[in-house]
Ligand binder design. Sequence first.
Ligand code: MN
Length: 253
Amino acid sequence: MPSSKRLILVCNDDGIFSPGISALADVAKKFGDVAVVAPDRQQSAVGHSITIMDPLRTTSFELKNGLVGQAVNGTPADCVKLAHDQILDRKPDLVLSGINHGSNAGINIIYSGTVSAATEGTILGYPSIAVSCTEFDEKADLQGCMEAAERAIQFVFENGLPKGITLNVNAPPGPLKGLKWTRQAESRYTDEYEARVDPHKRPYYWITGRLEILDQSEDLDINVLREGLGSISPIQYDLTAYSVFSALSSMEI
Ligand code: MN
């Protein structure tokens, strides 16, 4: 008999073994049945890449919280696409991605595999939320991030989401001191690479990077997080620059 319970698909980019995905699946369980489909290895900062030249394979995997999920030898976006097309036995009511170990605010959003899994959910027509902790350490206390995720999920089930919109949630480790609506901070990395020399005297480069924020408005995701609060931003994958589209489209080309 088909289940009438909600189905929530959970993905991430840190890999199915990460503590963050178990924490998010625990939150999701409060709202319905949970299906975890996630990369079988670390896939941070792969953005929205998908696998086109190699086969995708799935393996059953027991998460840290005991839940059994499907590990995929692909990217976060692959996982959501494959779950939608092949793995799930019914359409999900919600797609969640995270909890990522590391902030996905400001320009990080565009590099993020975590956010891209959620964005893929939106592209496929499902309400979708990405959740990240500002702390990289996998031992970080995720209680506040779990609470922020729960509030975002509750909001989406009560209010829905406009077409094409994904919610991007970030919160610091520890208890949640508040959750504010924010905008993506205009930002970029500077001092990006450290140059070193290998034992064969060849140079190599390792990404380091310092995030430079180019706008100090109070409603920006990074600034709200720096105040110690949680941040929730509506984001979109339509990259059209509407601010200049009508002016440009009236010009000769
Ligand atoms: Mn990650």
